[in-house]
Ligand binder design. Structure first.
Ligand SMILES: NC(=O)c1ccc[n+]([C@@H]2O[C@H](COP(=O)([O-])OP(=O)(O)OC[C@H]3O[C@@H](n4cnc5c(N)ncnc54)[C@H](O)[C@@H]3O)[C@@H](O)[C@H]2O)c1
Length: 238
């Protein structure tokens, strides 16, 4: 497969290695200093673009991919205000867009565990629920996209919860998310249920970025030849 990389930072470099190891070619690499390459024949001929850039630049990059009819595997977080525009480009403009707030298999298993536990806890209102997420100090968005997906999984399944909130539990209907930025930590997420008598918690701790990069390349292989808006649920069938 011919892959274009958009954003050549920590994830872009990791994805390049995994893509090579799976026999793919990287035919275009676009970062902040060569944005004009979106108009290059190499970029336009890519089977798929894998995009891990910054929250502020992501939507403009997606628009450029759509203009070139190049399918997108999107990893950047913190741009979700524009989700309606992206879904419209897929539904009405025939584009292909794969989005996951987290591409690692382990985290997607954790997402499924989170929903299962939340369904059980729906019947036990004596338990409060809160979340802690810890990432490296370079991360630009808070809470993480992964934390938002986890919060959505809880809200879908616990009737007494309607929204998430940073830090403090403003109302009993909120899930409080505490964000810590520390050192070079790739990502830790913990969901904590607490009653007067005990604490139940589930935790995912990424050891490095390899699982994320592998998941993004497998998503690119999955997206090739497909149309529409795709997610990990389409790929993993959990
Ligand atoms: N979905 C997931 O599984 C997942 C996993 C890890 C990181 N992320 C997200 O991916 C994004 C990138 O993460 P990272 O750790 O590689 O960050 P990074 O800071 O190491 O790399 C970002 C790169 O984007 C480049 N960039 C800036 N503006 C650009 C533009 N207009 N066009 C193209 N490139 C541009 C930067 O120069 C840099 O090289 C972040 O939003 C992060 O939260 C998502």
């Amino acid at each position: 497969m011919n892959i274009a990389l958009i954003g050549y930072g920590k994830m872009g470099h990791e994805i390049e290695q995994i893509a090579f190891s799976r026999g793919h070619k990287i035919i275009s690499i676009i970062d902040v200093n060569n944005i004009a390459d979106f108009d290059s024949p190499e970029f336009k001929s890519a089977d798929v673009a894998i995009e891990f850039s910054t929250p502020d630049s992501a939507i403009e990059n997606y628009r450029k991919c759509f203009a070139a009819n190049v399918p997108v595997v999107a990893g950047t977080t913190g741009w979700l205000d524009h989700m309606d525009e992206v879904k419209k480009a897929c539904a009405e403009g025939g584009q292909t867009f794969f989005y996951a707030s987290n591409y690692s298999l382990g985290v997607n298993i954790f997402f499924a565990m989170n929903k299962y536990l939340a369904r059980m806890m729906n019947n036990y209102p004596d338990y409060s629920v809160r979340m802690e997420e810890t990432h490296h100090i370079h991360k630009l968005d808070a809470p993480s996209g992964t934390a938002i997906t986890l919060a959505e999984g809880i809200i879908e399944n616990i009737d007494r919860k309607e929204s998430w909130n940073l830090e403090t539990e403003n109302s009993p209907k909120d899930i409080a998310i505490h964000c810590i930025r520390e050192g070079e930590i790739p990502g830790i997420h913990e969901i904590i249920y607490e009653s007067e008598v005990d604490t139940i918690s589930i935790k995912h701790d990424s050891k490095n970025r390899k699982g994320l990069a592998l998941g993004a390349v497998i998503a690119a292989e999955f997206a090739k030849g497909k149309k529409g808006f795709l997610t990990m649920n389409d790929m993993l069938n959990f």
